[in-house]
Write a protein that binds this ligand. Structure first.
Ligand code: SAM
Length: 238
């Protein structure tokens, strides 16, 4: 193992001011940067730090072009191809910084690359502010208080898992809401939690949207970067 590192760096959900000082320092001093991009080459994580990159010294980029569907075969091929390129750079003694939207290890694609490198090359992970914590701050709503329970769930789960989670927990964040938006709304209604719920999309970005009356969302799917925050509205204030 040489000293070069593979470094996963969280860059937060959108607002460039939510990038940590440590993340900014590592991005500026990277030899190579890498990130997930869509088939057109666009990357949310790269966009968030584009100003930091301007001051950086990196000389090359490894975009990981990811098919935007749920086919694991295509995704695994993309990770394998990226891992080969990243390993080549590390073998040449270059530090590779992998930019991760939000936090690297919270529903992050970085996990699939880390699994390929852990124990084989020097790895480092720098946490980032997740979309969940940014959402609570935008709403100015505590995620949990006192003995409340809290669950985070993907909106892609079955209706029964959604309903069960909403029944069991005081607070619930439902991620990956986009295509499942109407199913999630039905589960919220079935569990009597519609009034406990707010919806947010593109948190920290120019097109940020916050919806307090989620009945307005009836009938339509939403964008990928969206989530629901469910908290007890009848909490007693301290
Ligand atoms: C692959 S996960 C990545 C989560 C990310 N690592 C984090 O720490 O928040 C993508 C999901 O996170 C949520 N998400 C991430 N960024 C968001 C944002 N800026 N606004 C709203 N939702 C966001 C959405 O639910 C989206 O479908």
């Amino acid at each position: 193992m040489n000293d070069a590192q593979f470094i996963g760096v969280g860059v937060g959900p959108g607002d460039p001011e939510l990038v940590t000082i440590k993340a900014a320092r590592l991005i500026r001093s990277a030899d190579v940067i890498s990130y997930i991009a869509n088939e057109e080459g666009n990357s949310q994580a790269r966009d968030i730090v584009h100003q930091i990159l301007e001051d950086g010294r990196y000389v090359s980029e490894i975009p990981v072009l990811m098919p935007m569907n749920e086919d694991r075969t295509g995704a695994n091929q993309a990770y394998d191809a990226a891992a080969k390129k990243i390993l080549g750079a590390i073998d040449d003694g270059k530090n590779v910084v992998f930019l991760c939207e939000g936090d690297p290890l919270f529903f992050g694609s970085f996990a699939y690359l880390l699994a390929r490198f852990k124990g084989k090359v020097n790895c480092q992970v720098v946490p980032g502010i997740s979309s969940v914590h940014a959402a609570a701050s935008v709403l100015q709503e505590p995620l949990t208080m006192l003995r409340e329970s809290f669950a985070v769930i993907s909106g892609r789960h079955s209706d029964s898992v959604l309903v069960d989670t909403l029944k069991r927990h005081d607070s619930v964040v439902i991620m990956k809401a986009g295509k499942s938006r109407q199913r999630i709304m039905a589960a919220l209604s079935a569990t009597g939690r519609t009034d406990d719920t707010c919806y947010l999309e593109y948190i920290g970005r120019d097109k940020e949207r916050v919806v307090h009356d989620i009945e307005q969302l009836q009938g339509k799917a939403g964008p990928y970067f969206s989530l629901f925050v469910v908290t007890r509205k009848n909490r007693t204030a301290m």
